[in-house]
Design a binder for this molecule. Structure first.
Ligand code: BGC
Length: 933
């Protein structure tokens, strides 16, 4: 607004397939996108031009000048991309007045297909894993879980020179951490992430050029069970080893030297393996480091390993082979390892060469994104320390332990809350032990941080240390590193805390896949949870790549006859057949992503599955009331007032059919659009005939029933006002209060608002008795609870069997904080934030503001109400326009930057309504003022 007028139209925030500078891309035709900013009101793009070059400047693809004022992306359509190649690309955007702005970025291809790989899957010989000592009585509390040690693998090699470029392509069946010459490679955590490993295994690419040198080098790895062979989910009959029984590594190091020669070092039988000092590492159970078993220098070239590092080695590693001569596999697949090379190092076991499922990861990895200092550390009489991080989160702790003798143990237990006596409460973790153990070695001071596990917790209880200061322990926050995109704040600190706890719920549960909860023995990709929370998630962060990745598993989890599942990645032991609202996520999620990010490819990829799902439901429910093949029918899960199941199901059936029709239209499939559009119409008609009385009462007469009908547009126009009134009555009669569960909760504020009752939406936000959002906050919540009454003063905790304090579903109100309270929304028919709807709903607040980094650029709103005046500041990115509703007692008196709105540049009055003026504005920054007496 001030000082930025000189900024011309400029592209920024360049993305390739929704990621900044992706390394190792397997897509042949990536989407290159950009955002725009400008300091000039009304600035708009007229044309763009994208040029892609090789690193040495050879032009590969040039769109030429494309006159398209709406474009914010271009799909690569040049010659076949070469594997393992970096491309630089530039976008220049010409403004309507001829000014040109440009920006540059790069992407680098990966292996571009499974056939390029030569590496084998290698592992520690599973028959040799009994090297773990039998635990002494009480030594390892988790011995009965049958956990196995994490293993180390390494391959010393000789490089003729320092490479000018080195890339490591790597994945695991299990979890890996790679090291080169003792240094950790990259910052990805829990890599390669969770996919249905039977369908697809993601690999990652790292630039390791700077870690290598001329002469002796060591490429090394630690492997742990993770989702592959560790515990996942809650089914006691099928609690672990869902995909395999021991972890395996597959990696290729590609080297390029200044003289043009190249080398490849691939995993194979010439690697060696040993068990690691990590006696077990499991996502649910926790991790145990036994530092008495540590062999420092194991990952260093022999001449750099410290003397003590090799003290218990009988022999040094074999003479390394030059990296140029890639060794043939030394043993046929699956044969057992041969003779040990000394000190417990065995030749690697070659577990196979199947590379058909390898594909580059498409989303940001999990990273340690933030550290939390403890708020308090309390010491109990029995020597335990209780650490309060002040925030429920997903991650782990890093502890500095001092004064321990070899063999002393430090035990860290994790919990979300405390019991009535102020002790760690862990009953709600069910079978997840969530316990990390350090067994001290000879060192005086040890820094302990688990590597292959994570927990959902706010409190950590530490046993085994005589002293623990606040500086000795840190909370390490882990989550998929989706770029944060939204900000919200307002004059009510409790609503700010609500927003923050919603955001922390998102952080805690976007860990490789969208999970229901991060703490108990579950942490599954439940489809409905993801679907209901998605609109909020998309405003908080850029989750385009994250969900694109997960949707591959949603498609993969379908039944042979087209049914979506309840969880993805699918998991044995969890009821497969998608319930209403759960299976429908396979339709709702792609549609919403398309609307937010404007990338049609998400519809292209999912369209067949969407059709398949609607056909599946239709086939089994030809009378159009969905009451057969409903899976476990969770209905409006955890609703205080249940809504009839057939009402919920049939509403979702109509919704899925309708969105599939709209997707068909977008993709240019008129026949399908017609077919699903007609079907949707018939389902709506059936819904009304079966469930709605002539005076507009919906069967069950519940809030969720009306919400689904109104939000999904199921009712004939003449019944809408009555239904909206009845909804308002029900909300009023409840307190005002809500009686919705997972499926209704995200709709309640937007629907009330859409029907003129934003006042009731505000009333729900300020209610403090359960069910409400403030009840948990006033009872110490820092994340959204799974249940409205997870804890109540009189009764205490809800049933421990299902009582998470970090579930995001009920946090789907977050969308309305942005869209309603702050008034920052995309217009209903818009995609990719081309048209905005700025319509703040102040309620009893005095100010609110929000900003959102959209695919087109930054959108922001900020309003204040002071005395009788209302001020609204709006920022609209170039290429977008907005309809702005300005609250005003006298719509004719609204001013923009001090002059009557009707005369302001870039502002066109489009109408008035009681108490508000409606304008359409161009891009740029606007400052409206009005009287609201
Ligand atoms: C999960 C939910 C999920 C539900 C299915 C629960 O155990 O935690 O979030 O959607 O099961 O009803």
């Amino acid at each position: 607004m001030t000082g930025s007028e000189h900024v011309l139209l400029t592209p920024y925030g360049l993305r390739c397939d929704h990621r900044a500078e992706p390394l190792g891309l397997d897509a042949g035709t990536p989407l290159l996108s950009w955002r725009l900013r400008s300091g000039r009101r009304g600035d708009a793009p007229a044309a763009y031009r994208v040029r892609v070059r090789t690193e040495d400047g050879v032009l590969v693809w040039d769109t030429g000048e494309v006159a398209d004022p709406e474009a914010a992306s271009a799909r690569y359509a040049g010659p076949l991309l070469r594997p393992r190649t970096r491309y630089r690309w530039q976008v220049s955007v010409t403004a309507a007045d001829g000014a040109v702005g440009a920006a540059e970025s790069w992407f680098e291809t990966g292996m571009l297909g499974p056939s390029a790989w030569t590496a084998s899957w290698i592992a520690h010989d599973p028959a040799a894993l009994d090297v773990m000592n039998a635990p002494e009585e009480g030594e390892l509390a988790l011995a009965d879980h049958g956990l196995q040690p994490a293993v180390r693998l390494r391959r010393p090699f000789e490089a003729p020179a320092a490479p000018v470029r080195a890339r490591l392509y790597v994945t695991a069946r299990g979890l890996y951490e790679m090291r080169v010459n003792g240094a950790r490679v990259g910052d990805a955590e829990l890599a390669p992430g969770w996919t249905d490993y039977r369908d697809r295994i993601d690999y990652q690419t790292y630039d390791v050029t700077d870690l290598l040198r001329a002469g002796g080098n060591v490429l090394a790895a630690t492997l742990a069970d993770g989702w592959w062979s560790g515990f996942v989910g809650f089914d006691p009959r099928r609690s672990g080893a869902h995909y395999g029984t021991f972890p395996q590594l597959l990696a290729e190091l590609h080297l390029e030297y200044a003289d043009g020669t190249t080398g490849i070092l691939a995993t194979g039988g010439d690697w060696e393996t040993a068990r690691s000092p990590i006696r077990y590492a499991d996502l649910l159970m926790g991790e145990c480091h036994d530092l008495r078993l540590e062999t420092p220098g194991w990952d260093l070239p022999a001449e750099r390993a410290r003397p003590e590092a090799t003290r218990d080695r009988e022999t040094e590693p074999e003479e390394p082979r030059p990296a140029e001569s890639q060794p043939a596999e030394s043993r046929p697949e699956g044969t057992p390892a041969g003779r040990a090379s000394g000190d417990g190092w065995l030749p690697a076991y070659v577990a196979g060469t199947d590379r058909a499922l390898l594909t580059a990861s498409v989303a940001q990895p999990v990273r340690a994104v933030q550290e939390l200092a403890p708020r308090t550390v309390t010491r109990f009489e029995d020597g335990r320390h209780l650490v309060d991080f002040g925030q429920n989160f997903a991650g782990r702790v890093r502890v500095t332990a001092r004064g321990l003798a070899p063999g002393d143990r430090v035990v860290v237990r994790h919990g979300e809350t405390l019991d009535d006596r102020g002790r760690l409460y862990t009953d709600n973790l069910r079978t997840a032990a969530a316990t990390d153990v350090l067994v001290a070695g000879a060192d005086d001071e040890t820094i302990f941080e688990p590597r292959f596990t994570y927990h959902g917790f706010r409190y950590a209880e530490v046993t085994g240390l005589t002293a623990l200061g606040t500086g000795d322990i840190t909370g390490v926050v882990l989550h998929s590193d989706t770029p944060w995109a939204g900000e919200f704040a307002c004059s009510d600190p409790e609503l700010d805390r609500l927003h923050q706890s919603i955001a922390w719920g998102q952080r805690s549960n976007f860990v490789s896949v969208p999970t229901d909860c991060p703490q108990r023995d579950e942490r599954l990709g439940w489809l409905a949870d993801a679907q209901v929370f998605l609109p909020t998630a998309c405003l908080n962060a850029d989750v385009a790549a994250f969900f694109d990745g997960w949707l591959r598993d949603v498609r993969g989890a379908r039944s042979a006859d087209g049914g979506f599942s309840n969880v993805a990645p699918r998991l044995a032991g969890v009821a497969d057949e998608g319930a209403p609202g759960w299976g429908d996520a396979g339709v709702l999620v792609p549609w919403h992503l398309y609307r937010v990010y404007g990338d049609e490819r998400v519809l292209v990829r999912n369209f067949d599955a969407m059709c398949g799902w609607v056909d599946f439901v239709h086939r089994h429910n030809p009378d159009l009331v969905w009451n057969r093949r409903v899976g476990p029918h969770f209905a409006d899960w955890l609703a205080p007032t249940p809504t009839p199941r057939d009402v919920v199901a049939t509403a979702y059936f109509a919704r899925s059919a309708d969105l599939t029709a709209r997707a068909a239209e977008v993709l240019g499939h008129p026949d399908a659009a017609e077919r699903y559009g007609t079907l949707a119409g018939h389902i709506r008609k059936t819904f009304t005939e079966r469930f709605v009385t002539p005076d507009g009462r919906i069967e069950g007469d519940t809030q969720t029933g009306y919400l689904l009908a109104l939000a999904f547009g199921l009712l004939p126009a003449e019944l809408v006002p009555g239904a909206a009134d009845r909804l308002a009555e029900l909300v009023e009669a409840a307190g005002p209060g809500l009686t919705t569960g997972f499926l209704g909760v995200g709709l309640i504020a937007p629907v009330l608002d859409a029907h003129g009752r934003a006042d009731l939406a505000h009333a729900l936000l300020t209610r403090a008795e359960p069910p409400s959002w403030l009840h948990p906050l006033r009872n110490g919540a820092t994340t959204i609870w799974e249940r409205w009454d997870g804890y109540t003063a009189g009764r205490g905790f809800q049933a421990a069997a299902m009582n998470s304090f970090n579930h995001y579903s009920l946090g789907s109100i977050g969308e309305w904080l942005y869209q309603g309270v702050a008034g920052l929304a995309q217009a209903p028919a818009s995609t990719g934030y081309r048209e905005l709807l700025i319509r703040p709903r102040p309620g009893g607040l005095t100010w609110a503001r929000a900003s959102y980094e959209s695919v087109r650029g930054t959108v922001s709103t900020a309003w204040t109400r002071e005395g009788g005046g209302f001020r609204l500041e709006v920022s609209v990115p170039p290429g977008a326009s907005a309809v702005v509703h300005i609250p005003a007692a006298d719509p004719g008196g609204v001013r923009e930057s001090g002059i009557p709105a009707a005369e302001a540049a870039g502002v066109r009055i489009v109408g008035t309504e009681p108490g508000a003026l409606r304008c359409r504005v161009t891009s740029g920054e606007f400052r409206f003022t009005a009287d609201v007496h």
